[in-house]
Ligand binder design. Structure first.
Ligand SMILES: [Zn+2]
Length: 160
């Protein structure tokens, strides 16, 4: 009976330590062993552990700039006010009706599009960060539930 409880708690904390370590970019196998050997203390050590350095960083300023999306005015169109056809944002003369756009107006439109592009990128980045933090919260919640569930199970086994 005692051996069973020790075994269950060792395995439980081995799994939890592995999850926490993996979440912090640490070696999950190594920390599973620590959790297995030291139980709750190994798990606490894994929780107290600082974030490891990301090995394959996908974002950040020091990564290659080729992955960064740049503003491309070619991808933007405007509607010609004279003939209602869609033409390139940078066009100064409509290719359908030869309606002329004043140069400062064209530059203003490009600047506006660039601003919109930047804002959209910013919003996307924030949403991504929000999703990541929600995921982290879920993992922490899962760990808490597992720990309390494990303790309840141990108490049940010890009592029975
Ligand atoms: Zn036109």
């Amino acid at each position: 009976m005692i051996v069973g409880i020790i075994l269950i708690q060792a395995v439980t904390f081995a799994i939890l330590s592995g999850i926490v370590a993996s979440n912090k970019n640490r070696d999950p196998a190594g920390w599973s062993v620590i959790g297995l050997l030291f139980g709750l203390f190994g798990f606490i050590a894994a929780v107290a552990l600082g974030e490891g350095e990301e090995t394959q960083s996908s974002d950040g300023q020091n990564s290659q700039p080729s992955g960064e999306e740049e503003f491309d005015p070619d991808e933007y169109e405007k509607k010609c006010p004279a003939c209602a056809e869609y033409i390139k944002l940078e066009a100064r003369i409509c290719r359908y009706c030869e309606h002329e756009f004043p140069e400062e107006k064209v530059e203003e439109q490009i600047a506006q599009a660039r601003e919109d592009f930047r804002e959209k990128k910013e919003v996307e980045k924030q949403e991504e960060e929000e999703r990541a933090s929600v995921k982290e919260d879920m993992v922490v919640l899962g760990i808490i539930v597992l720990v309390f569930g494990g303790i309840a199970l141990l108490a049940l086994l010890a009592g029975g």
